[in-house]
Write a protein that binds this ligand. Structure first.
Ligand SMILES: [Zn+2]
Length: 318
């Protein structure tokens, strides 16, 4: 199999940092196919038959059925439990130090090759079926980015960063998961846990950037503050050809921006993936008034070095 005919843009970072919005916007660009959080596709899509971003049950989605046929000869030919086992043996945050080495330990090598084979075949098939050479995977986990970086594919990683206080606040709130049925909600973290995870994911992606994989850091706040310039920046990084008509789905100015979103076959991820039509884009800064002061101070203290590094705080740490 050759890997010269597709490219993967991987959205990495801590959950609730705006990666779903970034993916939906990227998915509107010419030649780009937004696949959703592929890391969860095997369980939530193939096994649990949750809804695709197009609204159809995953098993009935024509796009993913065609991708499965092209990649594996159908979903029945793969065993999601095998992929879960492989994931447990290579795609974990605790394995990043090994994955970051020049040479991966012998014991991991075979599992890593088999595990990433599923992804590369899926990306290649998604590119072929959609007719879009660039596939966006918004799986977010730094560990999967490291796994994929070991493959001989055109991989470009976008580190989506958002203020840790906003992220931690979001992780304390209850967000329903409509695709999983009534009473199902997205995972919640305590502010301290979210802060620790934010540090880990972002520091790991910075480590990845020190190797050969191209990594572009994009702040959520800059994206929502200037959609067009940020998409131009990302397009340049991702090697996309983008002209003004290609950005016609974005409009507005300083006092409010909007984007017109079509249907996308995003396999798993934040409920925002079901949104279609015209959406207003503005910074979600509820945390600034709704987050208890004690939580805010905790998260600020725990994440201060990187918060400063990313330009979120002044010298006084506020
Ligand atoms: Zn679909």
């Amino acid at each position: 199999m050759t890997f010269g005919d597709f490219r993967v843009v991987y959205l990495g970072g801590m959950g609730r940092s705006g990666s779903t919005l970034a993916e939906r916007l990227l998915g509107e660009l010419p030649g780009v196919c937004a696949a959703g959080e592929v890391v969860h596709l095997w369980q939530r899509g193939v096994t649990d038959n949750e809804r695709c971003g197009c609204g159809t049950d995953f098993g009935c989605c024509e796009f993913w059925s065609a991708v499965a046929d092209a990649a594996f000869g159908g979903w029945s030919k793969i065993d999601p439990r095998r992929i879960a086992d492989l994931r447990a043996s290579v795609d974990r945050t605790r394995f990043i130090p090994q994955l970051a080495r020049r040479s991966v330990p012998e014991a991991m090598r075979r599992d890593l090759a088999e595990y990433t084979d599923y992804y590369t075949r899926l990306y290649q098939a998604a590119a072929r079926v959609s007719g879009c050479p660039t596939v966006v995977d918004s799986s977010k986990h730094a560990s999967l980015a490291f796994c994929l970086s070991r493959r001989d594919i055109d991989l470009r990683v976008i580190q989506v960063v958002r203020d840790s206080r906003a992220v931690a606040y979001s992780w304390t709130t209850l967000v329903p998961r409509p695709e999983a049925g009534a009473g199902s909600y997205m995972t919640r973290y305590s502010p301290a846990r979210a802060a620790a995870e934010w540090n880990t994911q972002n520091a790991s992606l910075q480590l990845l950037a020190r190797g050969k994989t191209p990594v572009l850091r994009v702040r959520y706040e800059d994206l929502v503050g200037g959609v067009k310039p940020t998409l131009r920046l990302i397009s340049g990084f991702a090697g996309l050809t983008l002209d003004e008509p290609g950005l016609a789905f974005v409009g507005g100015g300083e006092h409010g921006q909007w984007a017109e979103l079509g249907r996308a076959h995003t396999a798993a991820g934040n409920p925002m993936r079901f949104t279609t039509g015209k959406i207003t884009i503005r910074a979600d800064d509820r945390w600034q008034t709704a987050m208890p002061g004690s939580q805010r101070r905790t998260v600020t203290a725990l994440t201060l070095p990187l918060l400063r590094h990313y330009g979120y705080t002044g010298r006084d740490g506020r």
